[in-house]
Design a protein around this ligand. Structure first.
Ligand SMILES: [Zn+2]
Length: 406
């Protein structure tokens, strides 16, 4: 049996659409001025919440289903099924759905055809759900609903549908504002947000230009949708995402950030928005394969436009690492949010930032961005690094560890 004849079993994370892109950040400057019961005991910036039950909102991934071939299907349907798989693998969702629909219509009782169609619908829905177009987003929800009906046993589809519905509901009635590259939604009942939008779009656009040059990628050009930014009240953010009130922000394909008072929180908000937009660029430039340490390291590195503030940020991270063993890079490949242990999580974020800065300083500022871009071509960050610098990333991590002891 050739693998590609089988039932499609790729998860969304592999498709680069959703699952892997779920980093969220604590927003409080250190030390955290406020004690929320849900807050971890330590108070470093940019640490995801670790209490397990709150993570599921941001971590819906499509799991692997059982691999099967359509049995006893006429040869032309088997052929059509293969063409559909090819189209889906190439990212041509429309064509894939059209072909799978034809197979499903010819043999409605065939479970493999139904589940393949569900997979294609779900992937397209996942992709379209971050569109700035309201109608497209509504269609994405209907498509996900149909995927769930076609494949009711797929718990991942069911969870993602539930999540999409909750997120859509959370944004209902929000004011919208758009700039050249961003669509901003926010709770418009409050005057401070209305006034604040004038403060926000210029900083979003400035970050877009800076990041575009750094990453050498322009996510919104060539007809691609604008980047969505949703500003919630803290309560609304919590209800929509399931993440604690103290959390700073989230990028799940859309940038979602809680804020109570834009004027008062302006500096902090700017830092969080720059961080989350950096994730959007990393996603666009590198796809889903960017290692967690590089993704979070670079996002933290780019938070501050001001160089002294950035240097202080790095210094804080280095202080936190002092006297602790660094984590092996192999443990920092996946989303750092998956690290369960609070202390390790803190180390992982700090290590990512310290390593990105070390690479920038010693090997050139282009290198971290080249490492990200290489991931899209299936080259690991470590391979790209070695190719560019002639040194292994592991040896550089050891050098960093030594430097931290001094
Ligand atoms: Zn992050």
């Amino acid at each position: 049996m050739r693998a590609r004849d089988a039932l499609l079993t790729l998860c969304f994370a592999g498709a680069g659409a959703y699952g892997a892109w779920t980093w969220w950040e604590q927003r409080q400057p250190e030390p955290a001025p406020r004690q929320d019961p849900a807050q971890p005991a330590f108070a470093a910036p940019d640490l995801p919440e670790v209490s397990g039950h709150r993570r599921d909102m941001a971590q819906v991934e499509l799991k692997k289903g059982p691999a099967q071939e359509p049995r006893g299907a006429p040869i032309e349907l088997v052929r059509k099924n293969r063409q559909a798989i090819d189209a889906l693998e190439a990212g041509d969702y429309v064509r894939a759905i059209e072909l799978f629909e034809a197979c499903h219509a010819a043999l409605p009782a065939d479970r493999v055809f139904a589940e393949n169609l569900a997979e294609a619908l779900a992937r397209k829905a996942n992709h379209d759900f971050d569109s700035a177009d309201d109608e497209e987003r509504a269609q994405a929800q209907s498509a996900m609903r149909r995927a769930h009906e076609l494949a009711p046993a797929r718990k991942d589809i069911e969870s993602r549908l539930d999540q999409m519905e909750r997120l859509a509901k959370s944004e209902a009635g929000f004011w919208k504002d758009s700039s050249e590259h961003f669509d901003l939604s926010y709770d418009g009942d409050r005057d401070d947000l209305l006034g604040g939008a004038f403060l926000i779009t210029p900083l979003l656009e400035r970050a877009y230009q800076q990041y575009g040059e750094l990453f050498d990628t322009w996510p919104v050009e060539k007809g691609r949708p604008k980047i969505r930014v949703v500003l919630y009240r803290k309560e609304g953010f919590h209800d929509a995402t399931g993440i604690g009130h103290w959390a700073g922000g989230l990028f799940d394909g859309t940038v979602r950030v809680p804020v109570e008072n834009i004027q008062k929180e302006k500096n902090d908000l700017e830092r969080v928005l720059r961080h989350e937009i950096a994730h959007a660029f990393i996603s666009s430039s590198g796809g889903a394969g960017v290692p967690g340490w590089l993704n979070e390291g670079l996002a933290q590195y780019l938070e501050y436009e001001s160089l002294p503030a950035r240097a202080q940020r790095v210094q804080n991270a280095r202080e936190r690492l002092r006297g602790k063993p660094l984590l092996p890079l192999a443990d920092l490949q996946k989303s750092l949010a998956e690290i369960g242990d609070e202390e390790q999580l803190q180390t992982a974020y700090s290590e990512g930032l310290a390593l990105v800065e070390w690479i920038d300083r010693n090997f050139g500022e282009r290198v971290p961005y080249q490492m990200v871009a290489g991931c899209k071509q299936q080259k690991s960050a470590a391979d790209t690094f070695e190719k560019r610098t002639g040194q292994s990333l592991e040896s550089v991590l050891s050098d960093l560890a030594l430097a931290l002891e001094r």
